[in-house]
Design a protein around this ligand. Structure first.
Ligand code: ARG
Length: 456
């Protein structure tokens, strides 16, 4: 079929070149935005007298029919079209004749595609935000359930100090809260209307960009038409936000994988979120967590791909920019799958409190509390630290723990030790004495949960 843009050229394009050039096989997903944008454009053209009111009405009705037909499956995308914009215009013209050909007055595909992508992305951001909020709620619920469940806290993956599992989970809630903030922030820069920038220089027609932007729910308009068609920062902001979120999901996934191993056995994932092995009958693998971790790399790739595409691109529109959409779509699809999988996995996992407690009892994670005990009785911290270390070594050689080490042994090291040492090194006491703001005691975890729930 003759190209809609065939004017200067008369020779047919090579079919391989057509395939290479075409984007309809992925940009068809913006059909709704494309049509809604065109309806606002037709309304603006009519209001400004650039086309007649009657023509505007016919265009709007025709576009609305096309939208309904696609939604109802009555109209199929013609994959031989160059892109979604050409397809819609072609159908409109087939249906309305010459009036259809008036739609593209005072615009270009350059501002049209930027418009479509922004409208598409702001919707997706809203969906991602609602999935994220659901996840945060689940994290808060599980944290509340386990606000007093003792587990070792780690540094260097070595048992460090006792914490509650609720406290550990709430650390993730804080990360996700910041992710929510990042998406809200990037939405501000997405929701800027480029339409009316036209090819790059604006137009000689008396258009009303503000009317069009307001009709489409934009907060602002691009104030420079060259920037309007060239800017893809909003895609980068979005993919950077998705990358950070995926990084958080990946860290949590890694912990879930560790916790479900026999070596930890702190949690048991529901069968709904695990797989078996085709050869080893005993296996229960945490594939979902592994995939979230794995797909994080893929999203970083999406961000890097677009950064690289844009680097060194001269102003204004270049066809390179058609490459923006697959990266954005892939990041959208990936995070929209990862979030509900993580939510479901957390919601249904069984927390094995006894195993957590047993691990907490084995790692001398109350040694800091023992040192603090001596400090509170007047010993300088460094000396107290040394004695505590020696007592840990003593336990290791005797094969016992601080809780079962006899008082005489304590007294040999310092006569500041009394019977009350056993109470101070009790794990529950250790946890509940950490009353500092943001600390691990039950009351503090309760406050964190309240803070996060209020922020949602
Ligand atoms: N399919 C194109 C894209 O995604 C639409 C814009 C085409 N503009 C042009 N001047 N060829 O970028």
């Amino acid at each position: 079929m003759a190209k809609m843009w065939a004017g200067r050229t008369s020779g047919a394009t090579d079919s391989l070149a057509d395939d290479f050039n075409s984007s309809i096989h992925f940009d068809y997903r913006m059909y709704r935005e494309d049509i809604t944008g065109s309806m606002a454009h037709a309304a603006m053209l009519g209001k400004q007298g650039i086309i007649t009111a009657d023509e505007a009405e016919k265009l709007i009705a025709g576009l609305s029919d096309i939208l309904a037909d696609i939604d109802e499956g009555k109209l199929e995308f013609d994959m031989s079209c160059e892109d979604i914009h050409m397809f819609i215009e072609q159908v409109l013209t087939e249906r309305l004749g010459d009036i259809g050909k008036k739609l593209h007055t005072a615009r270009s595909r350059n501002d049209q595609v930027a418009l479509d992508l922004r409208m598409y992305l702001r919707n997706e951001v809203d969906e991602i935000l609602s999935l994220l909020r659901e996840l945060v709620e689940i994290v808060c619920n599980r944290a509340e359930e386990h606000k007093a469940t003792i587990v070792p806290g780690y540094t260097h993956l070595q048992r460090a100090q006792p914490i509650t599992f609720g406290h550990h989970l709430m650390a993730y809630a804080m990360m996700f809260l910041r992710d929510i903030d990042r998406f809200l922030d990037c939405k501000k820069r997405i929701n800027v209307s480029p339409i009316g920038s036209c090819a790059l220089a604006g137009t000689t027609y008396e258009t009303d960009r503000i009317f069009e932007a307001e009709k489409l729910g934009f907060d602002n308009i691009a104030m420079n038409s060259i920037d309007g068609v060239s800017d893809r920062d909003f895609c980068l902001d979005f993919m950077a936000a998705v990358s950070t979120l995926m990084m958080h999901l990946s860290r949590l996934s890694e912990e879930i994988i560790l916790w479900s191993s026999w070596e930890f056995k702190f949690i048991e994932l529901s069968d709904a979120y695990t797989t078996g092995s085709s050869i080893m009958p005993q296996k229960k693998n945490s594939d979902m967590a592994e995939l979230i971790r794995g797909k994080t790399g893929r999203v970083y790739g999406d961000l890097l791909a677009l950064l690289t595409t844009l680097k060194g691109l001269p102003l204004a529109y270049n066809k390179d920019m058609q490459e923006d959409k697959e990266s954005v779509f892939d990041a959208v699809d990936t995070v929209k799958m990862a979030l509900p999988v993580m939510s479901g996995m957390l919601k249904t996992m069984t927390v094995l409190k006894d195993n957590m407690k047993a691990a907490a009892q084995k790692g001398f994670i109350n040694a800091t509390d023992m040192a603090d005990y001596l400090v509170k009785k007047g010993m300088p911290f460094r000396s107290a630290y040394k004695i505590s270390g020696q007592l840990v070594a003593e336990c290791i050689s005797r094969g016992c723990v601080l809780e079962t080490l006899p008082l005489e042994v304590y007294k040999e090291k310092s006569d500041l030790f009394g019977d009350d040492i056993y109470e101070v090194i009790d794990l529950e006491v250790c946890v509940n004495k950490r009353i500092s703001l943001g600390g691990t005691c039950v009351a503090s975890v309760e406050k964190q949960i309240e803070f996060v729930r209020n922020s949602l």
